[in-house]
Design a protein around this ligand. Structure first.
Ligand code: HEM
Ligand code: HEM
Length: 197
């Protein structure tokens, strides 16, 4: 295994990566399910507000993750990886973060340019701070839709790239983002250099 591929992300970064990946998957399916609920029915209002509320909590977790990422350097990619692949990895990670931020933000903004606002977990009504503006609502709703589509595409490419590392390169890249308890990961050195922190 190339030397820098034996370096790992911090436990916090790994926990946040997998927790957010799972939550996003569920939230994405929830969003698609909303399309099957007829508009103007009480069920629609109930589930849309649940989607908004869980989305806001996921958004806060994403902010926490971004804060962690900006204050903790990730392990460097190995020099043995072609330059274009290292650039592509960096670019795709930035694009993933951008979509992860754009999704909850666009949903939140759209909700505040509609008279409905947000009923947080159907319990507390947060009145909209913006005007009931159809054009702005449509713009941010469109951005929400686009960000969801882009995120799905980027995650598909991300998973294919990881699969390539596992099946073709056999370089152990997945272990950098895998919880330490796994049999293979526990064979990695216990104390990693500072750049891994
Ligand atoms: C955090 C991650 C989120 C994900 C992955 C997500 C995903 C989705 C998806 C896939 C849809 C269906 C397709 C579409 O119309 O775009 C959707 C619809 C929707 N989302 Fe989200 N969403 C998230 C957060 C939020 C937040 C924070 C809000 C508002 C505060 C929100 C409000 C809405 C609304 C109102 C719809 C229905 C749009 C319509 O049918 O006109 N979402 N979401
Ligand atoms: C919603 C789903 C996912 C999202 C949004 C996501 C997002 C990300 C992001 C933004 C990074 C860069 C981390 C950083 O440098 O801060 C990353 C790294 C990574 N992800 Fe994911 N991920 C998802 C699902 C997955 C899945 C399903 C796998 C496994 C097949 C995976 C494996 C990895 C690995 C191995 C790394 C580390 C890459 C490296 O060492 O440079 N991810 N992910």
């Amino acid at each position: 295994m190339a030397a820098s591929l034996s370096l790992r992300y911090t436990g916090t970064a790994i926990a946040l990566h997998w927790l957010i990946a799972l939550l996003l998957l569920g939230q994405f399916a929830f969003g698609l399910m909303l399309e099957d609920i007829p508009r103007g029915t009480p069920a629609r209002g109930y589930y849309v507000n649940l989607h908004k509320s869980s989305g806001i909590l996921i958004g806060l977790l994403i902010l926490l993750r971004l804060g962690w990422r900006l204050t903790h350097k990730p392990p460097p990619l190995p020099e043995t990886m072609p330059r274009w692949q290292r650039h592509a990895a960096r670019f795709s990670h930035i694009a993933l973060y951008a979509c992860m931020l754009a999704l909850p933000l666009s949903g939140y903004l759209a909700s505040n340019f509609s008279r409905h606002g947000i009923k947080f977990f159907n319990a507390v009504h947060w009145l909209p701070w913006g005007p009931d503006d159809k054009a702005l609502y449509t713009f941010f709703n469109g951005a929400h839709h686009l960000a969801a589509l882009l995120l799905a595409l980027l995650v598909a490419v991300h998973v294919l790239a990881v699969a390539k590392h596992i099946l073709i390169d056999h370089d152990g890249l997945l272990l950098r983002m895998w919880p330490r308890r796994s049999a293979q990961a526990s064979r990695l050195p216990a104390n990693q250099p500072v750049e891994n922190q």
